[in-house]
Design a protein around this ligand. Sequence first.
Ligand code: T3D
Length: 264
Amino acid sequence: MADSHSVLATLDRGVLRLVLNRPEKLNAFNEDMHRALRSQLDRAHEDAAVRAVLLTGAGRGFSAGQDLGDRDPRRGGPPPDLGHTLETFYNPTLRRLRSLEKPVICAVNGVAAGAGANIALACDIVLAARSARFIQAFSKIGLVPDAGGSWSLTRILGEPRAKALAMTAEPLPADTAAEWGLIWKAVEDEALMDEATALAERLAAGATLGLGLTKRLIQAASGGSFDAQLDLERNAQRRAGQSADYAEGVAAFLEKRAPVFRGQ
Ligand code: T3D
């Protein structure tokens, strides 16, 4: 599955670049694309040579979410069990994105709709082309936000904006998404891939263990108390402080040179 055409994967300078590749369908998810993405994220977890992931889409869109051609009610038969498809295909990918102890950068190159938008929002650092828009398209077809969207939108934006976006399905332009803190930044379309690649390469050259622990700490923060967070920070710092990259970082500072981190 790792060589599926639905997701193009290349590893260079520690960055596993994953390109959703069904441009004629705006990179809507079918089962093959689900399996391919999941398999590449598992690879990112297992392979120490992968030190950051960069996710983007081929063509003019990032992803239009679920391939609705695979849900055509006109074919007859009982209605699909979408709880089952979420649990089988979407949720494992979302859980893997959030639990991967390596930075995941998302370059939203164009429209991101439905689960496509929410997969982008589950990445650690999201850059979007200025022409891109985020659409909670679910309400237009009688569904509810999924792929973690009801969680991310509410946590990041609060109920008023989360409800309005989810209920109206109005497109949210990249600039507004950045202004509202939903993504890291909007950049000129032509600059997106260069900027996202440079960021991914910078993080891939960083202290991987420390970055992974940082991700875990920040994700835990909003669910716990200040006191509990101090304990988590203590435990994480204990682990980070025993890493070779920490020793290298301090030595490099004292020697007034750039550190060479090896992800160990
Ligand atoms: O089912 C489960 O397992 C549960 C999980 C659900 C998760 C979900 O994501 S539900 C939400 C599904 N997504 C949508 O409802 C979005 C549908 N797409 C759109 O609303 C629009 O395409 C966009 C607003 C995203 C973009 O509009 P526009 O005008 O830029 O492009 P377009 O012309 O609509 O689309 C271009 C082509 O892509 C077109 O094909 P054609 O006519 O050129 O052959 C269109 O049919 C195709 N396409 C776009 N989105 C999908 C799609 N084909 C299949 N599934 C799609 N989601």
